[in-house]
Write a protein that binds this ligand. Structure first.
Ligand code: ZN
Length: 292
């Protein structure tokens, strides 16, 4: 634990407790199993100035990822490939290969998105997990350090962060470093939760993005403010389709008492093997252009 940090969005110093500490000194659960401990969080505060929610006594959760091995991540390979394909279509239509040549995927995990994107771009990844980066680096160039610790002079036309920014204890430093690595007119794609959307407001602390691994809880306006004060101009915001196998959907639903009757059915074959596409309230993709 370090000292309480300022709001990473507006740098405000005043905040109040939104949700109390549930981890009591324990490390958050770093996996995708959605066990009851996955949802336990550190104290989450809300900035009194801009409303951004974050863990202010920021633990260095990044360090946990360096040793993380997650077999459930591999088990969900098929649904991740389908999601990556859908996300790549969004990237190629916003930044066609005719005008964009290089792509950096931050938090590339085992390289599923890099595999798809390398059909169109010269790709490079960033991954802190030794286990995941080893798998990704069989096919691709992968950096093992956060972007803020890179000394490279390389510049990229496209930077993607799929479900990464919510894990960062200092997203402002990372976004500033990403800004340095992005060519003028290059595009940054950030997928994260939008806690001001309808479903999150309805579910409150039961919203699935509230997890111990997550340090930042953005709204559209908060993420926009962060980007616009870091050398980017927001050019679009949209919902992002996600593919789930019914088995993993059942695991996620297990936390909602009302949905439990469905969990049993979905966990059984043949249903568990099916994959469905969902576009849910509260899953946002923000696209921003690097300004000169
Ligand atoms: Zn703030």
């Amino acid at each position: 634990m370090t000292n309480k940090s300022n709001c990473p969005v507006c740098l405000g110093v005043d905040s109040f407790e939104r949700y109390p500490d549930e981890l009591h000194g324990l490390s958050p659960t770093v996996d995708y199993k959605f066990t009851p401990t996955t949802r336990l969080t550190y104290e989450i505060v809300e900035c009194s100035d801009c409303g951004h929610q974050y863990v202010s006594s920021a633990p260095q959760v990044e360090i946990l990822y360096t040793e993380n091995e997650d077999e459930t991540y591999l088990a969900a390979q098929q649904q991740r490939e389908k999601s990556a394909e859908a996300w790549l279509q969004i990237v190629t239509s916003a930044a066609p290969p005719s005008s964009a040549r290089t792509l950096l995927d931050i938090g590339c995990a085992t390289g599923i998105f890099l595999d798809k994107a390398s059909r169109f771009y010269v790709v490079c990844g960033v991954e802190l997990s030794e286990w995941a980066s080893k798998i990704a680096s069989r096919q691709h160039e992968v950096w093992r350090q956060p972007v803020s610790q890179q000394t490279t002079t390389r510049r990229f036309d496209i930077v993607t962060m799929w479900g990464v920014i919510e894990h960062l204890s200092n997203p402002r430093d990372e976004i500033n470093a990403i800004s340095e690595l992005t060519n003028v007119d290059g595009l940054l794609f950030i997928y994260t939760g939008d806690r001001a959307a309808f479903l999150p407001r309805l579910l409150k602390k039961k919203w699935w993005w509230y997890q111990g691994m997550h340090i930042q809880y953005f709204s559209k306006s908060g993420l926009r403010q962060l980007l616009e004060t870091s050398g980017f101009e927001v050019v679009g915001t949209r919902n992002l389709p996600i593919f789930f196998s019914l088995r993993s959907l059942a695991q996620s639903m297990n936390r909602y008492a009302l949905l439990k009757p469905f969990v049993w059915i979905l966990s059984k074959r043949p249903f568990s093997r099916l994959t469905i596409r969902l576009t849910l309230s509260g899953e946002m993709l923000m696209i921003a252009r690097k300004v000169g």
